[in-house]
Design a binder for this molecule. Structure first.
Ligand code: SAM
Length: 290
């Protein structure tokens, strides 16, 4: 979407009396139509927009016929730069945006928000696109409980250790991923959790959007044959009833089985570890039969 939106073609923006403070504004993750009217009103009224890359934000503003003073503010910004932005937010509306999506979600902004709050500056979040949430909404994996864990480590050993550390999470795991690393991550998941349902959500809100689900091994085979392009969210469903619990939990289950029946033992260990109770119950029955 390269053409500009004529300001008169926009629906009327909500009335917004510019008020001093720091505004965290979500911007599109691909489709420029995905921006709220409130976000546009706040961008229009901002005295200063702090952004990761002035060229990227400049293009977004141009698309909507908006003009503003831009200030680069990324993870390498000095404490003095943040302090200047915070000082300005005491007296005028200052916006923080990232290149795409919701600032602070695998994007800069954490220090700025923390320091602004500590300085007594009002911080307001103007919600909108976030790739992790969009992927979760469309993948068909359990969404009542999920853990967003940013990017997986690049090195094989560290990646495996990170995944192992998340084995006990009783919810869907959500990661940001890059196209060149997707296959190796899927192979690592296949090794650890061959039965779990995995989803790859790619190019969300863009022309070639896709969301593919299956076991990690099947998805690794697919992407080996069709190398992926673009931006990716990788999701791993929680342990199913048929997944053998991680080995250390056997010791906990045995100890609990010495005192109680399989149901109660599974309940106790589930409470202690956060592991799915049904999977523990199945394992408790196996251990009792040994
Ligand atoms: N703050 C952003 C958000 O709210 O989603 C995320 C920024 S993070 C630096 C960039 C990563 O987000 C990409 O590498 C990709 O994993 C994911 N991402 C961003 N846009 C995406 C899209 N349109 N489709 C799939 N994943 C996307």
């Amino acid at each position: 979407m390269d053409s500009c939106v004529r300001p008169e073609a926009l629906p009327s923006l909500p009335a917004w009396e510019p008020v001093a403070g720091l505004y965290i504004v979500a911007t599109p993750i691909g489709n420029l139509g995905d921006i709220t009217l409130r976000a546009l009103a706040v961008l229009q009224g901002a005295a200063l927009i702090a952004c990761e890359d002035t060229r990227v934000t400049g293009k977004l503003l141009k698309h909507y016929g908006l003009k503003a003073r831009l200030q680069r503010l990324d993870d390498h910004a000095s404490p003095e730069t943040r302090a200047r932005v915070i000082d300005e937010a005491r007296v005028s509306p200052v916006v923080l945006v990232s290149d795409a999506g919701t600032p602070l979600i695998s994007d800069p902004g954490y220090r700025l928000v923390r320091e602004a709050r500590a300085a007594g500056v009002t911080v307001t979040s103007i919600p909108g696109p976030c790739a992790a949430v969009s992927a979760l909404a469309m993948a068909g994996l359990p969404s009542d409980r999920f853990l967003f864990a940013g990017f997986l480590p690049v090195k094989d050993k560290a990646r495996l250790e990170t995944l192992e550390g998340l084995a006990g999470v009783a919810g869907t795991l959500v990661f940001y991923e890059t196209a060149p690393r997707l296959e190796r991550s899927l192979l690592a998941i296949a090794e650890l959790w061959p039965m779990r349902e995995v989803a790859v959500a790619r190019e969300l809100t863009k022309l070639h959007e896709e969301c593919r689900t299956g076991t990690a091994a099947a998805l690794a085979a697919h992407y080996a044959a069709h190398p992926p392009k673009g931006e990716i969210v990788l999701l791993i469903g929680p342990a199913g009833e048929d997944e053998a619990p991680v080995r250390d939990t056997d010791a906990l289950l045995r100890a609990a089985l010495a005192e109680a029946g399989p149901g109660k033992a599974a309940g106790l260990v589930a409470k202690a570890t956060g592991i799915d109770r049904a999977a523990l119950y199945a394992r408790a029955l196996e251990l009792k039969g040994e």
